[in-house]
Design a protein around this ligand. Structure first.
Ligand SMILES: Nc1ncnc2c1ncn2[C@@H]1O[C@H](COP(=O)(O)OP(=O)(O)O)[C@@H](O)[C@H]1O
Ligand SMILES: [Mg+2]
Length: 308
């Protein structure tokens, strides 16, 4: 075989593999759960607070939400909401616990799924274990409408894979130049992450702004750079104003949205919730229809294989 023939046959094999993956994903799909992954370039910019409080805002709209704590470092969602999780995804994977043991009911319409060491194990599951896990998780499809994944910081593979697997990746930054630069880095990395099959929407939030105008200004800068240099069109969801009540709620270990529903930060998060659901104002444009939980975990775990 000539060199050119070899290249062509490699390409054909790759194409067949992608088509087969898409077929499998379609078979796995069919659910209605919408999946959102919250990520950032830098740590400490507000991912966990956004995940938790956005869940509260969506719960208020009578959306049933599952929060997956997928931070590979310090799992801090439980810190923020004052719960102690006994089990996590690892117990589900090793078969020692059921989904009902692992899932923690937090408040009306909100459940927490602690990832723990299980997040890392996802990458190494064989086909049979993976199929079993997806089946166990699939029962959640009927119990909730939205899955929000709180990921760790930085551009390591796992975070990007979560983002690529979700229907919508929500990128969060503050107006600080280092945070913006790192957010841009995530966009760049996300663009070159293989997403087995269909594309992920990218939306972003500017946190800790002093005004709505400042949020818009940062948004325009990121949007322009992403468009011009990366060819990405991304949706600006809105900002969260800097608010001392956020830190206060963190210390009390309750979501600020529940403690201070009329605070500046809560008002902002309420709008972000509406931006996602489209009611009562107009939602953000070009948002993907939900593809379901099975399809999400399928893409998530296949993402690891594809990236190899
Ligand atoms: N809108 C805000 N206004 C004021 N402080 C905020 C705001 N959002 C986040 N913070 C502060 O930033 C800290 C880090 O937020 P956190 O959600 O834990 O970030 P991450 O999950 O990205 O590491 C919080 O403990 C809180 O004190
Ligand atoms: Mg966090």
């Amino acid at each position: 075989m000539s060199r050119t023939d070899m290249v062509f046959s490699d390409q054909a094999r790759e194409l067949r593999r992608i088509v087969e993956l898409q077929r499998q994903e379609n078979r796995a799909g069919g659910g209605n759960m919408r999946t959102l992954a919250v990520l950032s370039g830098k740590g400490g910019v507000g991912k966990s607070n956004l995940s938790l409080n956005l869940a509260c805002a969506l719960a208020e709209q009578e959306q049933r939400v599952i929060l997956l704590d997928a931070d590979l470092g310090l799992a801090n969602l439980d810190m923020l909401c004052g719960i102690t999780a006994r089990y996590n995804l690892a117990h589900l994977i090793d078969g020692s616990r059921s989904i009902d043991d692992v899932l923690v009911e937090f408040s009306h319409n909100i459940w927490i799924l602690p990832g723990g060491s299980g997040i890392r194990e996802l990458a190494d599951l064989d086909e049979a274990r993976l199929a079993e896990l997806i089946e166990m998780l699939a029962v959640l499809e009927d119990r909730a409408d939205i899955l929000i994944v709180d990921t760790g910081a930085g551009i390591h593979r796992g975070v990007l894979t979560f983002a690529a697997a979700a229907d919508t990746a929500i990128l969060i930054t503050t107006p600080e130049p280092t945070s913006i630069r790192d957010a841009y880095g995530v966009l760049k990395a996300l663009r070159s992450t293989p997403m087995s099959g269909s594309k992920t929407d990218i939306a972003f939030v500017v946190n800790m702004t002093h005004s709505e105008a400042e949020g818009l200004e940062v948004a325009n800068r990121i949007r322009m750079a992403a468009n011009r240099f990366l060819g990405l069109s991304i949706n600006y969801m809105g900002c969260i104003l800097n608010d001392d009540l956020v830190g206060k709620a963190v210390r009390i270990r309750k979501p600020f949205y529940q403690l201070y529903p009329a605070s500046r930060a809560s008002e902002c998060v309420r709008k972000l919730g509406y931006a996602l659901t489209g009611a009562p104002e107009k939602g953000i444009a070009n948002i993907n229809p939900p593809r379901g939980l099975k399809a999400f975990f399928f893409r998530l775990t296949r993402g690891h294989f594809v990236e190899r």
